[in-house]
Design a protein around this ligand. Structure first.
Ligand code: DQA
Length: 144
C-alpha cells in the first residue's frame, strides 16, 4: 500500500494555542486528521511524526526511505535554517511537498527563504491546514 509520511517540526505541537491570528485554531490532531482523510480518499496510508528536535526529524525522514513513497513536511522554523533537513530529504530521494500553514511570503523577510523549496515537488503556503490535504493529493497524483 502507498504510504506518505507527514512531518511536523518545532512548535507545531502548540497549534490551536500558538498565535491563532496567524495559524488559526486547528490543532495538530486536526492537521493529521485532514491529511489522513485526504489520504483515505486516495487509498493511501499516513504515518505522522512531530518533533521539536532537528535530529528526530532527520531520523524520521531517513526511516521513511524504507517504507514510504513520499513526504509532506512542515519543518516549521527549520525550513529557514536547516541544511541538515534539506540534506536528509535529498538523501532519501522521496518526492516531498513543503507545506506552511501561513503565507510565509507575506510575513517577516527571514521566512521568505527556504532551504527545502529548491528540492520540493510542490510548495504550499497560506492555505491553512488544508495545505496538508493538497499536499497529499499532489503526492498521490505523482506517485500513481
Ligand atoms: C510555518 C511558518 C514558519 O515560518 C514558522 O517558523 C512555523 C510555521 C507555517 O506553517 O506557516 O513554525 O512553517
Amino acid at each position: 500500500m502507498t504510504r506518505i509520511l507527514v512531518v511536523n517540526g518545532p512548535n507545531l505541537n502548540l497549534l490551536g494555542t500558538r498565535k491563532p491570528e496567524i495559524y488559526g485554531s486547528a490543532t495538530l490532531d486536526d492537521v493529521v486528521r485532514v491529511a489522513r482523510e485526504a489520504a483515505e480518499l486516495q487509498g493511501i496510508e499516513i504515518r505522522d511524526v512531530q518533533s521539536n528536535s532537528e535530529g528526530a526529524l532527520i531520523d524520521a525522514i531517513h526511516e521513511a526511505r524504507l517504507d514510504c513513497d513520499g513526504i509532506v513536511i512542515n519543518a516549521g522554523a527549520y525550513t529557514h535554517t536547516s541544511i541538515a533537513i534539506r540534506d536528509a530529504l535529498e538523501a532519501v530521494s522521496l518526492p516531498f511537498v513543503e507545506v506552511h500553514i501561513s503565507n510565509v511570503h507575506a510575513r517577516e523577510d527571514f521566512r521568505h527563504h527556504s532551504y527545502l523549496s529548491g528540492l520540493a515537488s510542490c510548495v504550499i503556503a497560506g492555505a491553512g491546514i488544508q495545505g496538508y490535504a493538497f499536499g497529499v493529493h499532489h503526492l498521490a497524483a505523482i506517485i500513481a
